[in-house]
Design a protein around this ligand. Structure first.
Ligand code: NAD
Ligand code: MG
Length: 379
């Protein structure tokens, strides 16, 4: 029986993780849950799973939840609450399904506590990949990918020697606007941007898919998870999202992982690894699909992806700035404050204003992250 702590239990990845738990009650037990502001959903989850600890974003929300929690469930709140959910229970594995670099302190605390990390919260690796990976190595902690592309790469690399990898290709669906020209993007609405063709996901990652920032974050995530150079990481547009990513080896053999687009497969693989178990998902029928399509990535169409490669190559504080500026730009777009193409403009402006520097401590990351957010809120 594996004990699970789940950060972000009411979100897209969080609820799909609980669906996996429901299908394997003999394999998993939920011992801690955290959510942002959805009190009623968290209370419902707490009464169903009876965890030792739950956490909400603020004290006020935690006070609202407290009278409705089952006996034996303690409630915490804020950043400290997230850290407690990640590190203070007897969980074996922590699923990081919250959005944004705010997941960093809790992820570090979980690593320090020796928990296996099932990582969905890619922003954590983008903002501080060098520190997270170093700490995980020091503590002998595994970081298992939940992101579908990274789970695919992880599965392709199973049993292979790192030196035999030539390139890694991340596939990209192209997001909600893949068939529109740049001119057509000027007036797109929030509602249109939130309408992803293949995946049902949280709002922020859906917008990131439309700007291709999501793939940019994934390129940096892949660099840290698989210790490859940026020259070895390729991106290919594949509208059907059936090939989730692939690895090319030195002998020109290509190993890919395929399946219907359903996050419960990679979520469960992170939980069962190195074992496999049946999932409550539909099997792939290639004959029914008939054709798969591929297009070369167009970096002029998606300049935010080019900027991600540039920031990744610059390293140090550059990815932290890229990520934080994007988080603010996306929330401004979702609030109706700026136009869709302003997201890219803001990203470029904040990166241009930044003098890249070393970030050797979490506090330094925090400082740069706050600086980038304050600039992105104004430009
Ligand atoms: P989401 O918006 O659906 O869910 C976010 C969760 O975080 C919710 O449970 C929310 O209540 C919680 N939360 C928000 N503010 C909080 C706070 N202050 N304190 C504690 N919890 C808070 O997001 P999602 O789509 O599930 O994505 C989560 C992460 O997984 C992101 O990093 C995303 O990039 C990554 N990811 C998602 C998918 C997907 O299919 N949704 C795929 C790959 C990777
Ligand atoms: Mg992905």
């Amino acid at each position: 029986m594996k004990k699970i702590a789940l950060l972000g239990s009411t979100g897209s990845i969080g609820t799909q993780t609980l669906d996996i738990v429901d299908h394997h009650p003999d394999l998993y037990r939920v011992v801690a849950l955290s959510a942002g502001s959805r009190v009623d959903e968290l209370v419902e989850q707490a009464n169903k799973y009876r965890p030792a600890l739950v956490s909400l974003a603020t004290k006020e929300l935690a006070d609202r939840a407290a009278p409705h929690l089952p006996p034996g469930t303690r409630v915490a709140y804020g950043e400290q609450g997230l850290i407690e959910v990640a590190a203070s229970t007897d969980a074996d594995i922590v699923v990081t399904a919250i959005m944004g670099s705010r997941g960093l302190p809790a992820t570090m605390a979980a690593i320090d506590a020796g928990k296996t990390i099932a990582l969905a919260n890619k922003e954590t690796l983008v903002t501080a990949g060098h520190l997270v990976m170093k700490r995980a190595k020091e503590r002998g902690v595994s970081i298992l990918p939940v992101d579908s592309e990274h789970s695919a790469i992880f599965q392709c690399l199973n049993g292979e020697r790192a030196q035999t990898v030539k390139t890694i290709t991340l596939t990209a669906s192209g997001g909600s606007f893949r068939d529109r020209t740049r001119d057509e993007l000027a007036s797109v609405t929030v509602e249109q941007a939130l309408n992803h063709p293949n995946w049902s996901m949280g709002a922020k990652i859906t917008i990131d898919s439309a700007t291709m920032v999501n793939k940019g974050l994934e390129v940096i995530e892949a660099k840290w998870l698989y210790d490859v150079d940026y020259d070895q990481i390729k991106v290919l547009i594949h509208p059907e999202s059936i090939i989730h990513s692939y690895v090319e080896f030195v002998d020109n053999s290509v190993v890919a992982q395929l399946g219907l687009p359903d996050m419960r497969v990679p979520i469960q693989y992170a939980l069962t690894y190195p074992d496999r178990q049946p999932t409550p998902t539909e099997p792939l029928d290639l004959a029914a699909i008939g054709k798969l399509h591929f297009r070369e990535m167009d970096y002029d169409r998606y300049p935010a992806l080019r900027l991600a490669f540039q920031c990744g190559r610059l390293g140090q504080s550059a990815p932290t700035v890229y990520n934080a500026a994007n988080e603010i730009a996306v929330s401004r777009f979702l609030n109706g404050e700026i136009a869709f193409l302003d997201i890219e403009r803001i990203l470029q402006e904040v990166v241009d204003r930044h003098q890249v520097c070393a970030v050797d401590y979490i506090d330094a990351i925090d400082e740069i992250d706050r600086w980038a957010r304050s600039v992105a809120a104004k430009v």
